[in-house]
Design a protein around this ligand. Structure first.
Ligand code: ADP
Length: 371
């Protein structure tokens, strides 16, 4: 009932009806004199002169009534039109003011959601747009602040080290050069990660999908980490199907995502612990790769933010370890570029963690598996 066209139709209908019934209303308000010289009742017997006079009277009365009716209809239509226009234009004015405010960079504008259904829908969409713009702006600012903060640290160490060498405080030794080189490597690693992440978020990550045996991919990743885990006194196992499991994926990027998860598991699992990589069909149409560890676990309050850029819980262990908090964001971006999802589970501190990549098996993939 709140649609614009209903109101417009009602208003026009009302105006037309008023025009149509105004002579009747006029008649009711000003009833004709019952008798007398102005009465229109013809005398019972009329000669031709009387008949002519009577016709002229009828014509003049009709014309004057029509004129009055038209005048009333015009006034009513004018008032109705003015009110209708005001009613229609008021929310549009607010919308215009809102749009101008957004153009000036004021992104917190919210319009009242009122009026016709169409107007409410436009206002709600406008509000959604400004909220989204505001969210993006907050993300952009926090990214800029995070990037500056993270880059500043290694740059300061480099500058300090080089200045100390120049001032003769540190000797120009191989160890010192090695320490500074490590900082440059950390910097270039972070810049590469940021570049990847920016491409992924702009959905410009170049993907090279190819038919890949996921069993082989998981086994290769396990082998690549075998020496490192053994070094750290951590057991690494892979649990994969016996048959090859073919899927259309970007093998290099998926390997990178898996390496980030296994690398983290290794980083956050103390000696004596274990890591397991499992590949399985979770349900028809969905393949899962889970990386579980018996490590330090993740508290529930951090679990929801773990995939955010630069998010690192401020734990004593994290403070000792290198890392910028980008590994999981990159893994997530890669998985999403495959149309999949990634999730983290942990029963809490010291309870270990499980990260699961879920990939949809598309039509091509079902075909590949059947081969
Ligand atoms: P980084 O490891 O460089 O800090 P990530 O994005 O890979 O960045 O991880 C973000 C945070 O998530 C880590 O700082 C760590 O606190 C937590 N985390 C990731 N993987 C694990 C894990 N397997 N066990 C416990 N905590 C983890």
């Amino acid at each position: 009932m709140n649609r614009l066209w209903v109101w417009v139709s009602l208003a026009i209908g009302l105006a037309v009806m008023l025009v149509a019934v105004s002579p009747i209303i006029f008649r009711i308000v000003y009833p004709p004199p019952a008798m007398g010289q102005h009465a229109l009742n013809p005398p019972p017997i009329m000669d031709s002169e009387q008949l002519e006079t009577f016709q002229r009277q009828v014509e003049s009365r009709t014309l004057s009534q029509l004129g009055r009716s038209l005048a009333i209809a015009a006034v009513v239509a004018l008032i109705a039109g003015a009110l209708l226009a005001r009613w229609l234009v008021a929310p549009l004015r607010k919308l215009e003011e809102g749009a101008q405010a957004v153009a000036r960079g004021q992104l917190d504008v919210q319009l009242p959601v009122e009026g016709s259904r169409e107007m409410r829908s436009v206002s709600a969409s406008f509000n959604q747009m400004t909220s989204q713009l505001q969210h993006q702006e907050t993300l952009r600012r926090s990214l800029l602040a995070d990037v500056t903060h993270e880059l500043r640290h290694p740059v300061h160490i480099l500058q300090g080290g080089l200045r100390a060498i120049l001032d003769g405080v540190y000797p120009l030794s191989m160890e010192e050069i090695d320490r500074l080189l490590e900082q440059t490597q950390q910097l270039s690693h972070m810049v590469d990660d940021l570049h990847e992440l920016a491409l992924a978020e702009a959905q410009e990550l170049s993907m090279h999908f190819q038919r890949t045996d996921l069993v082989k991919l998981v086994q290769q990743t396990t082998e690549a980490f075998q020496a490192l885990t053994a070094d750290q006194g951590v057991e690494l196992r892979a649990d994969t199907p016996h048959e090859p499991l073919y899927m259309q994926v970007d093998a290099d990027r998926l390997r990178q995502a898996l390496q980030n998860l296994v690398g983290n598991a290794l980083r956050y699992t103390p000696s004596g612990g274990s890591i397991q990589i499992s590949l399985s069909m979770i349900k028809p149409g969905q393949i899962g790769i889970a990386v579980s560890d018996t490590g330090i676990g993740i508290d529930p309050e951090h679990l929801a933010h773990i995939f955010d850029r630069f998010y690192r819980p401020d734990t004593s262990r994290n403070r000792q370890l290198p890392g910028a908090g980008l590994g999981l964001s990159i893994a997530q971006a890669i998985v999403q570029a495959h149309g999949g999802q990634i999730k983290a589970e942990s029963a809490g501190s010291s309870q270990g963690s499980t990260f699961t990549i879920k990939l949809p098996v598309g039509k091509e993939n079902e075909h590949s598996q059947a081969e």
